[in-house]
Design a protein around this ligand. Structure first.
Ligand code: HEC
Length: 146
C-alpha cells in the first residue's frame, strides 16, 4: 500500500539540507570522539581494577599510543557551517582561541600520558596523567559541546 507523509515532507523541505561534505565532517569528528570514549573507558577500568603489581602496562601503553596518534584528527573536521545537526556549540566557531586552547590542553595531557605509559613506571606513573587527560576531555565538552 502506498502512503504519503505530507507533514514529514514539509519538515524535510523546511530544513535546508547540509552539504555532503559537511555531513562527512560531522560524522568523522563524532566517530573519532566515540573511539576516544572507548579508549578512555578501557583505561579507566584498567586503572580502577589493577593491583599495582598486576597493572597491564603494555595494553595500557598501546591505548595511550592510539590516543596520541589520533589526537590531532578531529579538529580539522570542525569546518565552518557544520554546527547544525551536531552537538558542537556555536562557541567552537565564535571563540576559536578558547577552542584552540582546549585542544592544546588535551594534546599536552595526551602526550604526558603517553610518556608516562611508556616510562615503565606502571600504575603509579599513569594514574595522575590519566586523570588529567580525562579531565581535559570534560573541560572541553563543558565549554564546547551540548
Ligand atoms: C577541544 C575540545 C574537545 C576535546 C579535547 C574532546 N572533545 Fe569530545 N567532543 C567535542 C565536541 C565539540 C563534540 C561534539 C561534536 C559534534 O557533535 O559534532 C564532542 C563529542 C564527543 C562525543 C560524542 C560523539 C558522538 O557520537 O556524537 C564523545 C563520546 C566524546 N566527545 C568523547 C571525548 C573523549 C573521551 C575525549 C577525551 C579523550 C574528548 N571527547 C575530547 C569536543 C572535545
Amino acid at each position: 500500500m502506498k502512503r504519503t507523509f505530507p507533514a514529514a515532507a514539509c519538515l524535510l523541505l523546511a530544513a535546508a539540507p547540509l552539504a555532503h561534505a559537511d555531513r562527512a565532517d560531522i560524522k568523522a569528528r563524532q566517530q573519532i570522539m566515540k573511539e576516544w570514549a572507548g579508549i578512555n573507558k578501557q583505561m579507566g577500568r584498567m586503572i580502577k581494577s589493577a593491583q599495582a603489581d598486576k597493572f597491564p602496562q603494555t595494553d595500557f601503553a598501546r591505548l595511550a599510543a592510539e590516543l596520541k596518534q589520533t589526537a590531532d584528527e578531529p579538529w580539522k573536521h570542525f569546518t565552518a557551517g557544520t554546527q547544525r545537526r551536531s552537538d558542537a556549540l556555536e562557541t567552537v566557531w565564535t571563540q576559536p582561541a578558547a577552542f584552540q586552547a582546549a585542544v592544546k590542553d588535551f594534546t599536552s595531557a595526551v602526550n604526558a600520558l603517553d610518556a608516562a605509559a611508556r616510562s615503565g613506571g606502571g600504575l603509579n606513573a599513569v594514574k595522575v596523567p590519566y586523570e588529567k587527560m580525562s579531565q581535559s576531555c570534560k573541560a572541553c565538552h563543558k565549554q564546547f559541546k551540548d
